[in-house]
Design a protein around this ligand. Structure first.
Ligand code: NCD
Length: 312
């Protein structure tokens, strides 16, 4: 099935074949993302960035991707500057935006908000993070990073470390890892465990899932260590946050036991979970990961909004 005109709200909206073809297309976009080659399939297309939560990489890499494809952007970077401040609903805001743009990229603090936006919009909607829900385009670039490092997404042992309760990046990524047949090791402080209902869904997909709260043990046989930030903004009360703050940190000593090929990933921003000394080791993959956001998002935007492929 073609991706043309489709919404991408959850990573589960994409089949394994669709993900693979996006990753292939993303790899071919690298020289265009770097600006050494030029392509303009989104000429005359406008993409709205509706960001109701802070963002650096996601919004700017989406904007860079649109512009590298010859399109242009309309951007809401601050909800306080819109009529939502006057009480306008998300539904109305998105409905109106869909008459100003050809596609909408949305980030919003409420889980389910991107689905709601998709109902309000008659243009494709791409979810750039809905609360603790999903972050499917991050998963695409995470997979691109792993595939670039290992040449495959199957049979890897991937440790998901940190805030597995509220972290939307790991919620999306875990589904994709299950789909590709990689092993998932869950490593989190007790209060931030991966939610039970998501475990059930993953098991139904045939996921190989284990828990290893001890990060030293978890790192030992890992191919990928995917570190996340504690999602402070999603905590109900400050005391709950203080119980887990600073409870894990990756530094050279932790990595001393790792496989030489282990890559350390992080969706960023980091807030102390990875010591800067790790940046100088061959394990550090997070800045490459941040760059791959551009070619991967270019591939997705081109598939959803570019010239329709015949018979696709
Ligand atoms: C993540 C997010 O917003 O979910 N950031 C990102 O998109 N690269 C991770 C985070 O904020 O911790």
């Amino acid at each position: 099935m073609s991706l043309h005109g489709r919404d991408v709200i959850s990573i589960r909206d994409l089949s394994r074949e669709e993900i693979e073809s996006l990753l292939d297309a993303g790899r071919k976009m690298i020289p265009f993302a770097e600006g050494t080659k030029v392509t303009r399939p989104l000429e005359n297309k406008i993409v709205a960035m509706a960001f109701f939560e802070p963002s650096t990489r996601t919004r700017l890499s989406f904007e860079s991707a649109v512009q590298r494809l010859g399109g242009s952007c309309l951007t809401i970077a601050d909800a306080g500057a819109t009529s939502m401040r006057k009480g306008e609903s998300l539904y109305d805001t998105i409905r109106m935006l869909s008459s100003y743009a050809d596609a909408i990229v949305i980030r919003h603090p409420n889980e389910g908000s991107a689905r709601l936006a998709a109902r309000a919009s008659d243009r494709p909607v791409l979810n750039a993070g809905d609360g603790a829900g999903q972050h499917p385009t991050q998963t695409l670039l995470d997979l691109a990073t792993m595939r670039e490092a290992f040449g495959t997404l199957t049979g890897l042992r991937v440790v998901l470390l940190g805030d597995l309760k509220y972290g939307r990046t790991v919620h999306s990524l875990a589904y994709a890892l299950a789909l590709f047949g990689s092993e998932i090791v869950l490593s989190s402080p007790e209060g931030l465990r991966f939610p039970d209902e998501r475990r059930v869904e993953l098991k139904q997909l045939g996921a190989r899932l284990t828990d290893q709260p001890d990060v030293h043990q978890a790192v030992r046989d890992a191919d990928v260590l995917y570190v996340t930030r504690i999602q402070k903004e999603r905590f109900g009360d400050e005391a709950e946050y203080r119980k887990v703050a600073g409870s894990y940190r990756i530094d050279a000593a932790v990595l001393a036991r790792a496989k030489s090929r282990l890559i350390v990933m992080h969706p960023l921003p980091r807030a102390g979970e990875i010591a800067p000394e790790v940046d100088r080791t061959p394990h550090a993959a997070y800045f490459r990961q941040a760059f791959l956001a551009v070619p991967v998002r270019m591939a997705l935007l081109n598939a959803v909004l570019g010239p329709a492929k015949r018979g696709g």
